[in-house]
Design a protein around this ligand. Structure first.
Ligand code: 1AE
Length: 404
């Protein structure tokens, strides 16, 4: 028999955790067990979940009493898609008291349904001809209400700074001023123009939005008009939609997953879904080539150990799927680069919006300041020292300083 597992943290001041775990294992599979006649019990046994492990954490404070519980769910009960597993493992019980889904363990059989990222870290590195170094991504800012000319101007400024990727802001939806295929076309030309100056390849991720039924045709439209990547918010649409898009053989460009809505799901110690599962394992399994999430250091913060746990899920090499690029984001400026590289190593995309556009010398200088910070960090030179010969980096340090 093949099983997927789910590990939960259950907070309860008084519960008998074994009874609670057994009631979940039975309740989320065959419904009831002891009330079934003997014959029925035999035929239902292959569908019955079971408790694999319980680790209780007692505390003098009743409110801090909890147990980590792992339950195995027979694969025979669900189809090979994430919604089916999520509903089995954390459907109804997600609303039943203080319970947080910490992890899912996929059986080999279940995992065969998930090809994972089409490009992943190796594919993106190959598209950018950047085999080893950390990458730099810039985010369009102030895009709502702009026309194509305004967008092109911003794009060029970012591209001339030498960034590897530029992404739309996630709040740029389909609109008459900059429809997806027009901005893909205009920005592709701008990327080619910038490449002639910088000598660097560049991916542009257009934001894929609109009704779910139209996403595929919008993605193809964008790709055919010149988009070289897509930005998508899987938690607003559903992870299965990401999987459909990433698994579509006609969509031949990488997908960057935006974490919109994630804050409603991972931060509580008592409720929701852990960050490493939500933004790490599930995003990679559903096929995200790059995954954005808040870093521990910027304007929106996530605890460092959760960041590292996400990274682990995205880059671990003991899985059949390609690895996904971790993209720690939000309030990132050049002063944070040494710490980010220390945490993430070279397989990271340093991502900034305000930290590029807010540079006193403009967006091109903002990109250059980041590249200088990355270069200095890789050489083990302090940013202060590097800034003595790099005025763009000095400009960034003057306003944002180093890591706070
Ligand atoms: C965690 C997502 C960050 C994001 O999407 C974004 O737009 C960040 O912008 P800045 O770098 O904080 O300006």
């Amino acid at each position: 028999m093949s099983y997927c597992t789910a590990t939960y943290r259950i907070h309860d001041a008084k519960a008998d955790f074994r009874r609670k775990a057994e009631s979940i294992a039975v309740g989320m599979t065959v419904g009831s067990w002891t009330e079934l006649p003997q014959l029925k019990q035999e035929s239902m046994r292959k569908h019955l979940g079971h408790v694999v492990h319980i680790e209780e954490h007692e505390s003098s404070k009743e409110s801090e009493r909890y147990a980590d519980v792992t339950i195995a769910y027979p694969d025979i009960n669900f189809t090979r898609d994430l919604p089916a597993l999520l509903i089995t493992a954390f459907g109804k019980i997600s609303m039943d008291g203080q319970i947080k889904l910490l992890d899912l363990g996929f059986s080999d059989d279940f995992l065969t349904g998930f090809p994972g990222p089409k490009f992943g870290i190796p594919g993106i590195r190959s598209l950018l001809a950047a085999p080893e170094r950390p990458l730099l991504m810039s985010i369009f800012k102030s895009v709502v209400g702009y026309d194509l000319e305004g967008l092109k101007e911003q794009f060029l400024a970012q591209a001339l700074g030498g960034v590897d990727l530029i992404k739309d802001d996630e709040i740029l939806f389909e609109n008459p001023l900059t429809p997806i295929e027009r901005r893909a076309e205009v920005c592709r030309k701008a990327a080619e123009e910038a490449e002639r100056t910088t000598g660097k390849k560049l991916l542009y991720a257009v934001n894929l939005t609109g009704p779910t039924s139209q996403l595929r045709s919008q993605a193809l439209k964008a790709m055919n008009a010149g988009a070289t990547a897509l930005l998508f918010s899987p938690l607003a649409y559903g992870l299965d939609v990401l999987q459909e898009l990433s698994g579509d053989p006609d969509i031949r460009i990488p997908i960057a997953a935006h974490p919109s809505l994630a804050g409603a799901l991972y931060p509580s110690p008592q409720y929701g879904i852990s960050a490493s599962l939500l933004l790490g394992k599930l995003m990679r399994t559903a096929g995200a080539d790059l995954v954005l999430f808040p870093s521990p250091y910027g304007s929106v913060v996530m605890p460092r150990e959760e960041n590292l746990a996400i990274r682990h899920e995205l880059v671990r090499i003991d899985l059949p799927q390609k690895t996904s690029f971790p993209v720690p984001s939000a309030g990132i400026h050049p002063g944070l680069v040494p710490q980010l590289l220390a945490d993430f190593g070279n397989d990271v995309v340093v991502n900034a919006g305000g930290g590029i556009h807010g540079h006193p010398g403009g967006a091109a200088a903002g990109g250059q300041a980041f590249l200088q910070a990355i270069d200095a960090s890789l050489k083990g030179i302090s940013l202060e020292e590097a800034a003595t010969t790099n005025p763009e980096l000095q400009g960034a340090l003057n306003i944002w300083g180093g890591k706070k």
